[in-house]
Design a protein around this ligand. Structure first.
Ligand SMILES: [Zn+2]
Ligand SMILES: [Zn+2]
Length: 314
């Protein structure tokens, strides 16, 4: 699923010197960038907490899974702050790399609807559809390649799937999303900043929705719009569900590319890693990919050992 962090608004304020007043040292832009990233992260974390509070109450009324341990939810909320903060710090660091690449390879295919409300709606819908296409393939690659799964498995290790799982992604996924989704989209298409803002907002909100612990089957809409039941199948520990339902919002991509798995009536399977590995610890969650890669380099793991959750099966 879905990585949900807004890009740092790191360049909105002119750089200022953080050196001691009265000195003639070259003004540093690092500290203002860091400051802005942390301020933006704190704002986003507060928004996330408001949504958590609202959705957790609704989850308590119609839960897909009852009695989820509070400590699991508390861990996700704490980790969300780490993820959002590091995501905001990392994003602008990669701009000097992605901007020149994007400019050099620019195709800029225009997709432009009329300026009316309906035209703008179609514009955002078209770009979100394209976004989901790219995300589908990134997500599929994360389940296919051991070195990418090492990052992504933190998200799948949650045994208590709920709205707070939405931000439970390793922060290395932030630059990965930039290179694998935003960069090719920026190269191929002409996009207005307002469209980009809407894409982030919808991506964010849809991520909260699909991870929510709600007994909310979407019926005939299930293959059309991704919802909590379909995404729960993606997080399932049961082998027949592994590596299914990669699209973040439009399951049509899973239908087209052969990875769609419709939930059975009333099916809300248990979630987590097949191996049972527990990553609910700040240290474990943050270092897990690095430990995995070091193990692979030392030959303790095969470079490609399987497929998605199967790579961690006992
Ligand atoms: Zn997910
Ligand atoms: Zn996944």
């Amino acid at each position: 699923m879905a990585i949900v962090v807004l890009r740092a608004r790191a360049f909105r304020r002119p750089a200022r010197s953080w050196d001691n007043a009265g000195t003639e040292r070259t003004p540093s832009i690092a500290m203002p960038l860091l400051h802005d990233a942390i301020v933006a992260a704190w704002q986003q974390f507060q928004y996330a907490c408001v949504i958590y509070c609202i959705v957790l109450v609704i989850e308590a009324l119609i839960p897909a899974e009852r009695n989820q341990p509070l400590r699991n939810i508390a861990f996700n909320i704490g980790y969300a702050f780490v993820f959002i903060t590091l995501g905001n710090i990392l994003s602008p660091l990669f701009d000097p790399i992605t901007r020149p690449i994007g400019a050099a390879l620019k195709v800029g295919f225009p997709i432009a609807f009329s300026d009316g409300i309906f035209g703008q709606f179609l514009q955002i819908l078209a770009f979100y559809f394209i976004f989901d296409f790219f995300y589908y393939w990134l997500h599929r690659a994360q389940h296919r390649f051991d070195w990418l799964w090492a990052q992504h498995k933190l998200h799948h290790s949650d045994v208590s799937l709920n709205v707070t799982t939405a931000h439970r992604h390793h922060w290395l996924e932030v630059p990965l999303l930039g290179f694998a989704v935003w960069l090719p989209m920026g190269i191929l298409f002409e996009q207005k900043p307002v469209t980009l803002g809407w894409l982030w907002a919808i991506f964010l909100l849809w991520g909260y929705f699909t991870h929510s612990n709600l007994r909310l089957p979407l019926g005939p809409l299930t293959p059309i719009i991704n919802g909590p039941q379909l995404h729960r199948i993606h997080h399932s520990r049961q082998e027949r569900h592994w590596d299914k339902n990669f699209a973040t919002s439009f399951p049509i991509f899973d239908v087209l590319f052969g990875t769609y798995c419709a939930p059975r009536k009333g099916e809300f399977p248990p979630t987590g890693l097949a191996s049972g590995e527990d990553l609910n610890g700040l240290w474990r969650a943050n270092v897990a990919p690095f430990a995995h890669w070091v193990g692979a380099l030392r030959g303790k793991r095969k470079s490609i050992a399987g497929y998605g959750n199967g790579m961690d099966a006992p």
